[in-house]
Design a protein around this ligand. Structure first.
Ligand code: SF4
Length: 381
């Protein structure tokens, strides 16, 4: 004989099972769920159609966030966040007309053009960044390209070698490159080269007119062919439509290999630039962009980049949950403000994040590991 209580318990269990199965069918019905499952079972692919990415991007936000998080946990150690420090080694006076950029000489932003920083100053900044926990040091120069800048380029090659010998990953963003220059940077030990596509091919002429989308893609090709990791992403909040955000992700996700890092920037509108009056990007737009990037390029480091300074810790936590696993640390991002060092330390502690170690395929890795062991030994002694 069944008691009333056991019949009720049975009915309750059935209801829970029913509810569970109906929840599963809801979650598997979104494009984010379908493509996340595919990314987990099949790994990265480069044959995305724009419509496929659009339907992931258009999935209900919390569902997209959830599935971005699932792919992230499958493809990466979800606690690890890469810390990169970006230093402007040659500021301002750029001949290009990127309409978001205070470093363009065409706009009156009050920024003073400077010469290339000396080796001593750059190495000092790299040492400081390393001591603060950064494992990748990026050097940015406000140039259209490096053609005709042989002396400066050779100096930069030297900076790259020295910083690599310190046990850090090294990245540069120097504008467009020629094939041979990419080879030389690789020989010097460069880990990654940053060259953003900024936006979709269609919207691009509204943002920049002094170089073409194809020229940008060519630089990425030279970098990839030289065996340097490609770092390429874009900026949202330039006045583009959602289709353009999808178009940007589509171009990146259909490159011959996905970029190793994909920075997602939120425009920080600077007074004096043509985009000074753009409305600030909302956190939900960032979460949507990050989660979509995570699902369509599962192995890439998705970097929460410019604009992070405007987001609170809980807002940044949503970005990490959605799949971001890299940030820029340091007082400034080239010329715009960045998050405070102590606030970032606190955020890592509160969210239980750990800094990602640099990865090399050569002796520099041993330098870092030896130093890490030494530090661990001295702190436990
Ligand atoms: S984004 Fe780079 S290339 Fe464009 S204006 Fe600024 S410094 Fe020059």
């Amino acid at each position: 004989m069944f008691s009333v209580r056991s019949v009720l318990a049975l009915q309750l269990r059935r209801s829970i099972l029913l509810l569970h199965s109906s929840c599963s069918s809801y979650s598997t019905s979104s494009a984010a769920a379908v493509q996340a499952e595919r990314a987990i079972s099949e790994g990265p692919r480069n044959d995305w159609t724009q419509d496929e990415i659009k339907s992931v991007y258009d999935s209900p936000l919390l569902d997209l966030l959830f599935h971005g998080a699932q792919v992230h946990r499958h493809a990466h150690n979800f606690r690890e966040v890469q810390q990169c420090t970006l230093l402007s080694i040659k500021t301002g006076g750029c001949s290009e007309d990127c309409s978001y950029c205070p470093q363009s000489s065409r706009y009156d932003t009050g920024l003073k053009a400077q010469k290339l920083m000396t080796k001593e100053a750059v190495l000092q900044a790299a040492t400081k960044a390393k001591e603060a926990g950064s494992t990748r040091f990026c050097m940015g120069a406000a140039w259209r390209d490096t053609v005709g800048r042989k002396t400066n380029f050779n100096q930069i090659l030297e900076y790259v070698k020295e910083i690599r010998d310190m046990g850090m990953e090294v990245c540069c963003t120097l504008g467009m490159l020629e094939k041979q220059q990419a080879v030389e940077l690789k020989k010097a030990g460069l880990t990654a080269y940053n060259h953003n596509l900024d936006t979709s091919r269609e919207y691009y002429p509204n943002v920049i007119t002094t170089r073409t989308y194809d020229e940008r893609l060519e630089t990425l090709e030279f970098v990839r062919d030289a065996g340097i990791n490609v770092c390429s992403g874009g900026i949202i909040g330039l006045g583009e439509a959602e289709e353009d955000r999808v178009g940007l992700l589509h171009t990146l996700a259909t490159l011959p290999s996905h970029p190793e890092s994909v920075p997602i920037n939120a425009l920080l509108a600077v007074k004096g630039t043509p985009l000074q009056d753009q409305k600030p990007v909302e956190i939900w737009e960032m979460v949507r962009m990050i989660a979509t990037a995570r699902i369509v390029m599962p192995k890439a480091m998705v970097r929460l980049s410019a604009g992070r300074v405007r987001f609170s810790m809980p807002e940044q936590a949503l970005c990490f949950l959605a799949g971001a696993n890299s940030i820029f640390t340091g007082e400034k991002l080239l010329t715009t403000p960045n998050n405070d060092f102590d606030a970032d330390q606190l955020m890592f502690k509160v969210l239980g994040l750990t800094p990602k170690a640099p990865s090399f395929d050569d002796a520099a890795a041993n330098v870092y590991e030896a130093e890490a062991c030494e530090k661990a030994a001295s702190s436990s002694g």
